[in-house]
Design a protein. Structure first.
Length: 135
């Protein structure tokens, strides 16, 4: 079944991989390279919310965390995946953000198969997992 996927990622390589591989398996992918442009487009995008949003999170770019938080508010049913580097994942700020918005971490570098598995996971499984993380 085709899903609406949102990707906010500054890396051209990662954006290209998402565009090619995720669309290739039949999903509709909307991609932004710029956080500010993505934030401006969120109210329109969330009229038909994406099922899954992949957002690159950078501790030194507050707009990346803002994008995650705005997505949680505007699209509460969207499963949020934060793409973070190994180094970024060790920073306390990233852990706080993940807990605040119930985002699933995806550590970089990742394999495209990891992304395809996340996309193929039924939304009910995400809902159960996210609800239990806060306990």
């Amino acid at each position: 079944m085709s899903k609406r996927i949102l990707v906010i990622e500054p890396s051209r390589t990662i954006r290209a991989i998402f565009a090619l591989k995720v669309q290739q398996v039949g999903h509709q992918v909307t991609i932004f390279k710029n956080y500010e442009v993505a934030l401006a487009a969120l109210p329109r995008l969330c009229q038909q919310p994406p099922e899954i949003a992949f957002v690159a999170l950078h501790a030194d770019r507050p707009e990346s965390a803002q994008a995650l938080m705005r997505l949680r508010v505007l699209c509460p049913q969207t499963t949020l995946i934060m793409m973070i580097s190994q180094d970024e994942s060790k920073k306390l700020v990233v852990q706080r953000i993940a807990g605040a918005v119930l985002a699933v971490p995806l550590l970089k570098p990742f394999r495209i198969q990891d992304v395809l598995t996340l996309v193929a996971t039924p939304m009910q499984a995400w809902t159960r997992t996210q609800g239990q993380e806060g306990k």
